[in-house]
Design a protein around this ligand. Structure first.
Ligand SMILES: *Cc1c(COP(=O)(O)O)cnc(C)c1O
Length: 392
């Protein structure tokens, strides 16, 4: 039984080659050089169409998209932005970068936002970022009802949720702005890159200009001339553009997305069913309206203390499967207590408890059933070794 390479990415589709060769031949890498149809512009048009959004703006990362989204909302100075206590450190960082204050709310042991804490903290914030962490969708019905009633804008951090549905709606299209990542560990891989989508012309016009559409480069973005003209020379330029090579890598992958999403979900659910048969493991169920698009699996250990959890992760690693326990590894970027760049960092007891037992295993969508069985056998073997040792 051989273990798959859990970090190998899927090959970039062959179709990218001729376009990349053309770009290499012409040196036409900057998105605003060509008079029209630059790869970045084509990607924006295709992505917006795929998502059913009016506008898309491709940028250098999802973090850049979140930062520009906050700026484009034109929030008051020192605005407070509610974010989940379980997210990637780049999210509170983008809030600070936009001169706003992150406000952290509790996350439950199903990795989703705790709605009681969310409602309580919503009374004192100016904007909300919902991180669908590891593609787990929080209760968007409840979140949008509360935020709409309070007239608070919602940014969806859908970095890791491309292809996820909530009811029949695409995640990233429910809030005012949706932000996605093309970093290599996400569903579409350009090494680095990001994109934001919205239906709001004024908002995207501001983001376009600040992303680095200096002078009249915004004229290469369709449907926003009036709004961009209004903001001409009034906004700083942060130069967070995507380059044509990255767009050429992404574009042919969009056609692969439905297959990747279907395979990812099949793989996840297969592994979840086998793991859930263990009394020591619980894979939380998705929320009712959610159709997931996972490329990794998260599960909680049941009845294991910290020493046993660490022993489980060590035994899995020794047998060839890396298990990240978010709260048990030093300096983990997803453990809120490591975000010490935040002033007056709060304690979140419920989120901390979840992070101390939540395990994370990559499941690249290209894995086959044999690969999955090999991975699960290692995980269950490691659980058995640890729990037998405890019982002895
Ligand atoms: C990957 C990720 C980010 C950051 O994306 P980058 O493109 O690397 O900036 C932000 N939020 C979540 C939930 C992520 O998974």
């Amino acid at each position: 039984m051989t273990l798959p390479d859990m970090h190998r990415a899927e090959a970039i589709p062959e179709a990218a080659r001729s376009e990349i060769e053309r770009l290499l031949q012409t040196g036409d890498l900057f998105r605003y050089t060509a008079a029209s149809d630059a790869p970045v512009s084509l990607l924006e048009a295709e992505f917006a169409q795929m998502m059913g959004s009016r506008y898309a703006l491709a940028v250098s990362s999802c973090s850049a998209a979140l930062f520009l989204s906050l700026l484009a909302l034109d929030l008051p100075k020192d605005a407070r932005v509610l974010i989940p206590g379980f997210t990637f450190a780049a999210v509170p960082s983008s809030v600070l970068h936009a001169n706003c204050q992150p406000v952290l709310c509790e996350v439950g042991d199903n990795y989703r936002i705790d709605m009681d804490d969310f409602a309580a903290k919503l009374t004192d914030v100016n904007a909300v970022i919902i991180s669908h962490m590891r593609g787990h969708t929080s209760d968007m019905d409840a979140i949008m009802a509360l935020c709409d009633a309070a007239d608070i804008p919602v940014i969806e951090d859908a970095a890791h949720s491309l292809g996820t549905l909530w009811h029949d709606r695409k995640i990233g299209t429910i809030g005012k702005i949706g932000c996605f990542s093309f970093q290599s560990y996400k569903m579409v891989n350009a090494g680095e890159g990001g994109i934001l989508i919205t239906d709001d012309a004024d908002l995207v016009a501001r983001a376009i200009i600040m992303s680095g559409a200096y002078e009249h480069n915004w004229k290469k973005h369709p449907g926003v001339a009036e709004a961009c003209a209004r903001w001409q020379n009034k906004l700083p330029l942060y130069n967070l553009r995507l380059n044509n090579l990255s767009a050429a890598l992404v574009r042919p992958q969009l056609a692969e997305l439905p297959r990747r999403v279907a395979d990812g979900l099949r793989n996840h659910d297969y592994v979840a069913a086998r793991l859930n048969a263990s009394a020591y493991i619980n894979v939380p169920a998705p929320l009712g309206p959610e159709t997931r698009a996972p490329d990794s699996i998260q599960f909680n250990t049941v009845g294991l203390d910290d020493d046993a959890i660490r022993a489980f992760a060590a035994a899995s690693a020794a047998a060839g499967v890396k298990v990240q326990v978010f709260g048990q590894s030093a300096d983990n970027a997803r453990a809120f207590w490591n975000w010490q760049f935040i002033k007056d960092l709060p304690e979140l007891p419920q989120t901390r408890k979840m992070l101390m037992s939540a395990c994370d295993v990559r499941l690249p969508v290209h894995l086959k059933i044999d690969d999955l069985d090999a991975v699960v056998d290692v995980l269950l073997g490691a659980i058995a070794a640890v729990t037998n040792a405890e019982a002895a």
